[in-house]
Design a protein around this ligand. Sequence first.
Ligand code: SAM
Length: 216
Amino acid sequence: MDWNPITHYQDVAVAERYDRERFTSLTGRAFDALEKAYIAKAFARFPRTSRIVDVPCGTGRIAEVLLDMGFQVDGVDISQPMLYVAQRKLARFGDRFRSVVADVREYGRSMQKRFDVALCARVLMHFPLEEQIEFLRSVALLARKGVVLTQSLSTPYQRSRRRVKRLIGNPPSAAFPITNSGLSTLLDGAGLREVKRLRPNRLVTEEIIVIAEPRA
Ligand SMILES: C[S@@+](CC[C@H](N)C(=O)[O-])C[C@H]1O[C@@H](n2cnc3c(N)ncnc32)[C@H](O)[C@@H]1O
């Protein structure tokens, strides 16, 4: 498979149509709203004075939710075009939103513990497990108190659902959904432990939102 989540989003046209292509159909809007509601629920436990790093920030889709909640957000992404869309969209928040073009694998090492909480949404499922661990470990280095991450959970029900989707010509977007044991390996490898798991609607989406904190 040639598709590469590191290079794909560097294309200006891809960045400009990202929100429209994925989140404006009826189902796209429904999933977007559901995901945002659950992310807000996950972040409700943190004081609004917390400094959040959203990596990868992409077009600022989720950063907007956190800014609306009153947090200060730094958006980090390897793609300048994606961040350019985010800057335009989030300009109304002034200096409560800042953006940095960086590869998290380097940024994590250089900015250790500069933030309270990190968000890592909609990216891990694009990588094989070893690369997910490397990515999440870099994200975890950034945050003192915890990480909120999203992944696609692979259960027997979700595997059957994927087979049906493929049969009707609607392939699932997550290339590397994770099993429960894979999730433990991922969190262990990133130096994290699971505190709470949210599942928006297990019948219609395989997405899970995990709140994790650094291992003592
Ligand atoms: C599917 S988008 C998700 C964006 C956003 N979190 C959301 O939920 O809409 C994945 C993003 O990961 C970014 N990305 C991929 N590899 C990265 C890396 N090593 N460091 C920083 N960003 C990366 C891409 O540029 C892209 O913007």
